[in-house]
Design a protein around this ligand. Structure first.
Ligand SMILES: [Mg+2]
Length: 230
């Protein structure tokens, strides 16, 4: 069996600034000043790491776990609201077709590997009607490190699907060098896709992914490249 671990932002979908709006709104509400989201380059980072860096930038100290927990409660409400009022979230090219094909492929299991906290991840995917493809995953509430959330994704998938996935058949699919490095740290394979905007395909190539695509629009080619049998 193969396990395919998908990143969300920049890979499955774009939320066109909605995450930033919600994050900054929550930050301002809780800490009384605008969130310095633009100064921390959130791409590829966990929600936990992003909040920690933002607090460092504006020099707010305190019990981080307590602040993070309060932040998440407020952020989920702000994100839900931002998704309702926004018109621009969309899946990346070819993603729905690819997910539909993979769902009927009996050699592939799907999981999420995202820096979003789980409920934010599910809210975003529900909004685009693709949440049900992902019964399980690794998320951003427990760690600042991408490789750790990917390890969670592998463990949770093994439990959920009652299956041990060999590392050579376990793919991390993402749009940043952090996704690639996280996969490599665990001895997993990396499929990079240059749809995220921050990293060009040349940037991604330098991190030496096993596969690199401009986007996921060529479903047959992606399936073949992953060595999935039909
Ligand atoms: Mg991403």
């Amino acid at each position: 069996m193969h396990l395919l671990i998908f990143d969300i932002d920049g890979t499955l979908a774009t939320f066109a600034g909605i995450t930033r709006v919600a994050f900054n709104q929550t930050f301002e509400h809780l800490f009384g000043q605008p969130g310095p989201w633009g100064q921390v380059l959130p791409h590829g980072k966990t929600d936990r790491a992003i909040l920690r860096e933002c607090l460092d930038v504006v020099q707010i100290n305190g019990n981080f776990d307590a602040m993070f927990s309060k932040f998440v409660d407020n952020y989920l409400r702000d994100l839900q609201q931002a998704l309702q009022t926004a018109s621009k979230p969309r899946l990346m090219p070819g993603v729905r077709e690819l997910l539909e094909r993979l769902a009927t492929n009996n050699t592939a299991c799907l999981a999420l590997g995202t820096g979003n906290v789980e409920e934010a991840a599910r809210m975003k995917l529900r909004h685009l009607n693709v949440e049900s493809f992902f019964p399980v995953g690794g998320f951003g509430e427990f760690t600042d490190e991408r490789s750790e959330l990917l390890a969670d994704a592998v463990d949770n998938a093994a439990r959920h699907f009652q299956c041990t996935f060999p590392p050579k058949n376990t793919w991390v699919i993402g749009d940043t060098t952090y996704d690639i490095e996280g996969a490599q740290a665990l001895g997993l394979r990396a499929l990079a896709v240059a749809t995220g905007g921050l990293f060009s395909s040349d940037d991604l190539r330098r991190a030496k992914p096993d596969l690199l695509f401009e986007d996921l629009s060529d479903t047959e080619h992606v399936i073949k490249s992953l060595n999935l049998s039909d």
